[in-house]
Ligand binder design. Structure first.
Ligand code: NAD
Ligand code: ZN
Length: 352
């Protein structure tokens, strides 16, 4: 089968022929219908220090997908052959103290598709049956594919209380704009969004932001203090990892406010802990992955009720054979989610 593979310890990816994976006893074999690009895949392609310390080539890359079950191992419960499913990419042990206490997102034995084991940029992938999330058969493949990334947004926006509150979202990449839609659906009173890209601020507006600010041209802190009548924000959803955005977010956070941090910084921070957290009595939540499976159920509810529409987030579609162009689009930042289809006939919209 065709697969996009990190073949060596250097920048780049290659499409090569690899065997269709064998199906383990507890696994299902999926024919991949759509797969989306995440920032992590860019790190692996660029072979940055994070990728060098987490990835051992050769590796089939990619972890966001939907596909149809085509085979099952003898002990695999769950979805039947023919079922459309999305996949949770974190394969957890179900044995450790975290898994056994409902905190599977913190599992100490987590393996991640496309990072620690072969991933989904391929025609077929074998995954534990437990990791499949059944989708309605009429769900567009592009939306089904990006659900796992949507789960990060749902997780971040549902840990702090946003209902009736003033929310700042710093960083309007795909996760940031999806978090805006979730905060809106959960009843936020005011949503302010910041980004350095006008393209992404436009997406933020489309997904429900009331006010957008660009740190390059606007006084972010001054604007936020003005529009909140000098009070500041109740909730910070940090989705950029940019040190200046983190500082602006905490500078405008009200005493007693809540911050949920998802964005990854590229190193240690110079951060005013006393003023930003301690003297404010702020609550800070680190957000990792998706709570298994609370966030998946929450996602399903938000999508099926129509409270969140992710259609505008899908900005580009490519054939998987065209992965180089798809990655260039993702790297440009002039995009929302970029979806790739192993079989172009499966595309649910115009291919680029
Ligand atoms: P992304 O890189 O597409 O989005 C980040 C956005 O931040 C970009 O639009 C960028 O223009 C913007 N930005 C950069 N500097 C800024 C500044 N000074 N002020 C405001 N915005 C600024 O990433 P994404 O896919 O949307 O993911 C969001 C973040 O979450 C990334 O840092 C990613 O690594 C991280 N992430 C974490 C987890 C987790 O489990 N914790 C999971 C997925 C993603
Ligand atoms: Zn575990």
């Amino acid at each position: 089968m065709r697969a996009v593979v990190k073949t060596s310890s250097s920048p780049g990816l290659e499409m090569i022929d690899v065997p269709v994976p064998a199906v383990g006893p507890d696994e299902i074999l999926l024919q991949v219908k759509a797969t989306s690009i995440c920032g992590t895949d860019l790190h692996i392609r660029n072979w940055d220090p994070w990728a060098q310390s987490h990835v051992t080539p050769p590796l089939v890359v990619g972890h966001e997908m939907c596909g149809v079950v085509v085979d099952k191992g003898p002990r695999a419960d769950g979805p039947e052959v023919g079922q459309l499913v999305s996949v949770e990419s974190h394969i957890v042990c179900n044995r450790c103290a975290f898994c056994r206490t409902g905190k599977g997102h913190l599992c100490e034995n987590t393996r991640i598709l496309g990072v620690g084991q072969d991933g989904v940029y391929a025609e077929y992938v074998a995954v534990p049956a437990m990791n499949a999330w059944p989708d309605p058969p009429d769900m567009p493949y592009s939306i089904a594919s990006l659900q796992e990334n949507f789960g990060n947004a749902v997780h971040t926006a549902s840990v702090p209380l946003v209902s009736g509150r003033k929310v700042l979202v710093t960083g309007c990449g795909p996760v940031g704009v999806m978090a805006i839609a979730v905060a809106r659906a959960l009843g936020a009173r005011l949503i302010i969004a910041s980004d350095v890209s006008q393209f992404r601020l436009d997406m933020a507006k489309q997904m429900g932001a009331d006010i957008t600010v660009n740190p390059i041209s606007d006084d972010v802190v001054g604007t936020i203090m003005d529009v909140t009548e000098g009070e500041g924000i109740d909730v910070l959803l940090e989705m950029s990892g940019a040190p200046s955005a983190i500082d602006q977010g905490f500078s405008t956070l009200k005493p007693g406010g809540e911050a949920a941090l998802l964005g990854l910084t590229s190193g240690a921070l110079d951060f005013n802990l006393d003023d930003h957290i301690i003297f404010k009595g702020a609550s800070v939540h680190g957000i990792v992955g998706r709570r298994l499976w609370v966030d998946w159920y929450q996602m399903r509810g938000l999508l099926r009720s129509g409270a969140v529409d992710l259609t505008p987030v899908v900005t580009h579609r490519y054939a998987l054979d065209d992965f180089e162009r798809a990655f260039e689009t993702m790297a440009s930042g002039e995009c929302g989610k970029v979806i790739m289809f192993p079989d172009p006939a499966d595309a649910d919209g115009q291919l680029e």
